[in-house]
Design a protein around this ligand. Structure first.
Ligand code: NAP
Length: 282
């Protein structure tokens, strides 16, 4: 069987073209949309991500400010900065970068981000709004999975989707977004018994685990669609997915590449959220 590549570039370009226009319109009537990145770490992967967000913001006409709190920031200091930015009318959007300092949990600080500015949907309020089907920003990575599937005309309504991973960042919000698309959803995780049997029952398998190559042909039924959210760094510094692409190719009908699948769509959606937040605030 031919395995189609669910490339994200074209969709990301279309989202960015719209975002850029809307950001320019906002800049004409006042100020460019403004995103604050709060950085409480000195992690190289986080630094790389911050740079890529800075570039994406610049390309889209969004002002982006890096607020470096240092690796020793306490939960109180992080909360105070997030509260200050939440109350600052010149800031439209806030993203908190991880990893957080030792001993600080995301739950200790994320509720200090105003939900109107929480463009990556990390606060408990944003997650609750999503679960209740109310307006708010969903985590961009979870949204990117659904948008990528829709763009490539993968049917979700009535289909059985198995999501491997149950984090607040990807798995759980993805469950809500897939339910909103009328999919029938199974969530698997590290305690799931017989993962290959669970995922092989699905029409669509989404891997959001953080284990390079975990999903093989044994986990996928003939003709299923596989979407790979994983970003794992190998010993040469290359990014690989949670899916063993060589193993799955020829059995799946479609597979999203890593890099180049979910990733670019995630960044584009984040920038779209910034513009949406600015439009709502003006
Ligand atoms: P996470 O918080 O570490 O969660 C991983 C999930 O995978 C957990 O629910 C865990 O189960 C489950 N799991 C671990 N080992 C497993 C196994 N052997 N079998 C089945 N399930 C297993 O990770 P995350 O933040 O959701 O991220 C997942 C992946 O997506 C990572 O590779 C991350 O880098 C990537 N990611 C990509 C983007 C993007 O823009 N492309 C954005 C965010 C994350 P338990 O709950 O039982 O521990």
């Amino acid at each position: 069987m031919d395995t189609t590549s669910l490339i994200g570039k074209e969709l990301a370009a279309a989202i960015n073209a719209d975002t850029k226009q809307r950001a320019a319109a906002l800049a004409e009537t006042g100020a460019a949309p403004r995103l604050a990145l709060v950085i409480p770490n000195d992690d190289p992967a986080s630094a790389w991500y911050v740079k890529s967000l800075n570039r994406a913001a610049e390309r889209n006409g969004i002002a982006c400010e890096n607020v470096d709190l240092g690796v020793d920031a306490t939960a109180e200091e992080i909360r105070a900065k997030l509260t200050e930015l939440s109350l600052d009318p010149s800031v439209d959007a806030i993203m908190l970068q991880t990893p957080l300092p030792k001993g600080v949990g995301l739950d200790d600080v994320s509720s200090a981000i105003a939900s109107a500015k929480d463009v990556d949907g990390v606060s408990p309020l944003s997650l609750g709004l999503l679960a209740a089907g109310l307006p708010g920003f969903p985590p961009a990575t979870a949204e990117a999975v659904v948008e990528l599937a829709k763009f490539h005309e993968i049917p979700l309504a009535g289909r059985h989707v198995a999501v491997v991973g149950r984090s607040n960042v990807v798995g759980k919000p993805l469950l809500q977004l897939l339910l909103a698309e009328n999919a029938t959803v199974t969530i698997a995780h590290s305690r799931t018994i017989d993962l290959p049997a669970v995922t092989s029952a699905a029409d669509v398998v989404v891997a959001a685990v953080g284990r390079a190559g975990l999903i093989t042909a044994d986990h996928v039924r003939e003709g299923a669609v596989v979407i790979d959210v994983g970003t794992n760094e190998d010993e040469n510094g290359n990014i690989t997915g949670d899916v063993n692409a060589d193993s799955v190719t020829g059995k799946a009908s479609a597979l999203s590449p890593v890099p180049g699948g979910v990733g670019p769509v995630t960044t584009a959606l984040l920038m779209r959220h910034v513009v949406q937040a600015a439009e709502s605030a003006r």
